[in-house]
Design a protein. Structure first.
Ligand code: GLN
Length: 478
């Protein structure tokens, strides 16, 4: 049996039946990382000692006959913008190169309470800004299906770790598509929860009004297990909410489901093979008896522009705290003799500590929020955000779910889009509207172009993750 190929559910069953120990599982993954990750670069930090220690604890529990939870002894990888106490947390940035997390994120606490084994922290585009994994200060992550290609981003390391069997499951964060788009490009399952379904406490903020943490897994069932574990209201995040999640829906009938297919999502520029795979997926649902209806989300064409005003605006505010004094990288030590003023420390530390894309967004956002431009840009973008939200609301009066491609193309070559930020921004064309509207969405493997995976996106109503997962499972099963 190849231990690193098992799903969370299979690993759990095997542990319960004592087919293998948690320590064996943990070692198998650590070996796999040692062997594979030199070429993939999914991990920024491997927490070997604490992982082995935790696995040993779970083995003792099993030996003493205690009930174990579904996640006990399950090795997981965590995106490096989620805090794990006493472990380095870089957000993929030089500015946080030496930052040690002083506390656990709520999602980490929840995983640890259930006995999960944290293997390490995964690579990402700097502060989660990017769609390819190439904006990390620690070098790009590569797509396990084709090493000359990107895995997608920003949760690049998390998807690559799962796709390459270097982790049983992972957590990512999604602000404009960073769980779903890389999941699509790397052939794994990625769920972006409803805004407010999962606590953001301990997630390094990119855009507070969009960010959500979510699961990245090999199967839908595993995504369900992880989502159930991390979701729910958290007193430490006032935007989080209590809601009812049903882990099984016994009365669910695909024949009673009506899917909407937005005409604005099948546009020029979409790879014909991607379109074909998605149309086939839609047809499969139809063959099962589901109703398919064409719908319109008329403001879709403004989504990227809206997203790329609001995102830089919040970025410019959220990243103001990295000033060379409070956190991480500072020129105070290196340039002591030449320091002229406190302002110089700020400017130089930020100038040297942040990468190009981060600096670009800080400047764009500062501009969009400045007096005289605020109304023309930020305020206008917020109005469009409302219109985009209304589009979905109207559509969901008629249909239960919306089916779209996750990404207009499969994985592209490293370096292909790095010179042109706009091209990179367009990677989020089908995913960012979902964040603008605060809705849940999942990307599931739907087919392949050659050896490159293509993902289907299923968008649902707020807090209907259970139904989305059910519908996704129906597809996975056939
Ligand atoms: N690619 C998008 C961006 O660069 C989405 C990032 C994300 O979801 N974190 O902003």
């Amino acid at each position: 049996m190849n231990l690193t190929e098992l799903t969370i559910r299979q690993t759990h069953e095997g542990l319960k039946k004592k087919q293998f120990s948690a320590l064996e599982i943990c070692r198998a993954y650590l070996d796999k990382i040692a062997k594979e990750d030199k070429k993939i670069n999914a991990f920024l930090t491997v927490t070997r000692e604490s992982a082995l220690l935790q696995a040993k604890k779970i083995d003792e529990m099993i030996l003493s006959g205690q009930e174990i939870s579904l996640l006990a002894g399950i090795p997981l990888a965590i995106k490096d913008n989620i805090l794990v106490k006493n472990v380095r947390c870089t957000a993929g940035s030089k500015i946080l190169d030496n930052y040690i997390a002083p506390y656990d994120a709520t999602v980490i606490k929840k995983l640890q309470e259930r006995g999960a084994v944290i293997l390490g922290k995964t690579n990402l585009d700097e502060f989660a800004m990017g769609a390819s994994g190439e904006n990390s200060a620690f070098g790009p992550t590569r797509n396990p299906h084709d090493l000359s290609r990107v895995p997608g981003g920003s949760s690049a390391g998390s998807v690559a770790a799962v796709a390459a069997n270097m982790s049983c499951g992972a957590l990512g964060s999604d602000t404009g598509g960073s769980i779903r788009q890389p999941a699509s490009l790397s052939g794994v399952v990625g769920l972006k929860p409803t805004y407010g379904a999962v606590s953001r406490y301990g997630l390094i903020a990119l855009v507070c009004s969009f960010d959500q943490i979510g699961p990245i897994t090999k199967t839908i069932e595993d995504a369900k297990i992880l989502f159930e574990a991390i979701s729910g209201k958290d007193p430490l995040d006032s935007t989080s909410l209590e809601f009812k999640f049903q882990s099984s829906l016994p009365n669910f009938q695909i024949k009673e489901v009506c899917f909407g297919v937005p005409k604005e999502y099948f546009i020029e520029g979409i790879d014909p093979k991607v379109e074909e795979i998605i149309q086939k997926a839609i047809k499969k649902y139809e063959d099962l008896g589901a109703k398919i209806e064409e719908i319109s989300l008329p403001h879709t064409k403004y989504a990227i522009a809206t997203y790329y005003i609001i995102t830089p605006s919040e970025v410019s505010a959220n990243l103001a705290r990295y000033d060379g004094i409070k956190y991480g990288y500072s020129t105070i030590q290196s340039k002591k003799s030449k320091l002229k003023s406190l302002l110089n420390v700020y400017l130089e530390s930020r100038g040297e500590g942040f990468g190009e894309e981060v600096r670009r967004r800080i400047m764009l956002g500062t501009y969009a929020l400045s007096a005289g431009y605020y109304d023309a840009y930020y305020l206008k973008a917020q109005k469009f955000r409302t219109l985009i939200k209304e589009d979905f609301k109207k559509a969901f009066q008629k249909v239960d779910f919306i089916l779209t491609p996750t990404s207009p193309t499969p994985a592209f070559k490293l370096g292909e889009k790095t010179e042109d930020p706009l091209k990179m921004y367009l990677c989020d064309i089908f995913t960012s509207p979902v964040n603008l509207a605060g809705l849940p969405g999942i990307s599931i493997p739907a087919g392949k172009k050659g050896n490159l995976p293509v993902g289907l996106q299923i968008i649902g109503k707020p807090f209907e993750e259970d139904k989305i997962l059910q519908v996704a499972q129906t597809f996975e099963t056939i």
